[in-house]
Design a binder for this molecule. Structure first.
Ligand code: MYR
Length: 246
């Protein structure tokens, strides 16, 4: 449970609109992300040597999308690189919370209505695009904890992995690569990913603040190196600013 001071800090930020739901208390795993500048993970970054096993070849439209393909993208994608039906594992997100690791303040906490029972039927989650409204102060934070709560259908997830690419226009700000690992069937899981925010040049920060929603991210979710979900997000950093000041 978060403390009192976190509730007040949350009000400083405009949260995206999702339905509010019933809070679930779960065991929390902390996954430290493996990250590197310019879009490449460091050697031996993922457990089990997944990178070494994979043969890197050029990707052609229609072919399954693997981690090496998305790690080489040099811009935000125009299209989704998989269909909703590719989520054959029925991974369903039910909560997303962001906190400032340094102060502990909760920046946002969004929940979806979820039945108590984990459903076996595949429910297509059509919410794969979101706009976040943050304040300029967000860009001064050093470390963010993002808690993800999700349920899994009747098939186990092997090597569940999230690769996230953040761009301002065509400038790659940072790649985050989180190995979530194995998830058992019919489970509800909670993990926290730690994002170390990049040191950005002051002029880039100014441009990001002045150009809402030109900062974007692609979140690619893989099971066994196969893309099963692709989510997109856009960010503004103007919340709480006087609109007349530009
Ligand atoms: C300033 C560079 C951008 C770094 C931002 C890192 C924090 C973003 C956490 C939220 C990511 C959510 C992605 C999504 O909803 O698909």
């Amino acid at each position: 449970m978060e403390g009192q001071e976190e509730t007040s800090a949350e009000e400083e930020y405009q949260t995206p609109t999702w339905e509010s739901g019933v809070e679930q208390e779960e065991e929390m795993l902390v996954c430290e992300g493996v990250e590197d500048w310019n879009g490449f993970i460091s050697g031996g970054a993922t457990a089990g040597g997944a990178e070494q096993e994979e043969v890197v070849t050029e990707w052609r439209p229609g072919e399954p999308v693997g981690p090496q393909h998305v790690l080489r993208l040099n811009s935000y994608t125009k299209e989704y690189l998989c269909s909703l039906e590719d989520n054959i594992y029925n991974v369903n997100f039910s909560r997303f919370k962001i906190r400032d690791v340094v102060s502990g303040a909760v920046i946002l906490d969004i929940k979806k209505h979820q039945p108590t029972e984990i459903q076996d039927i595949i429910e297509l989650d059509t919410n794969r695009f979101i706009r976040y409204h943050f304040s300029p102060a967000f860009l001064t934070l050093r470390e963010i904890g993002a808690t993800l709560e999700f349920t899994v259908g009747s098939k186990a997830l092997n090597r569940f992995r999230l690769i996230e690419r953040h761009f301002f226009r065509n400038l790659l700000l940072k790649t985050f690569d989180f190995e979530i690992g194995f998830c058992i069937p019919h489970s509800r899981n909670t993990c926290e990913h730690i994002y170390c925010l990049p040191d950005l040049e002051p002029n880039i920060v100014e441009e990001m603040i002045g150009n809402p929603f030109e900062t974007r991210s692609d979140s690619f979710y893989f099971v066994n190196n196969k893309l099963i979900m692709h989510h997109k997000a856009e960010y503004s950093f103007t919340a709480g600013m006087d609109p007349s000041s530009g």
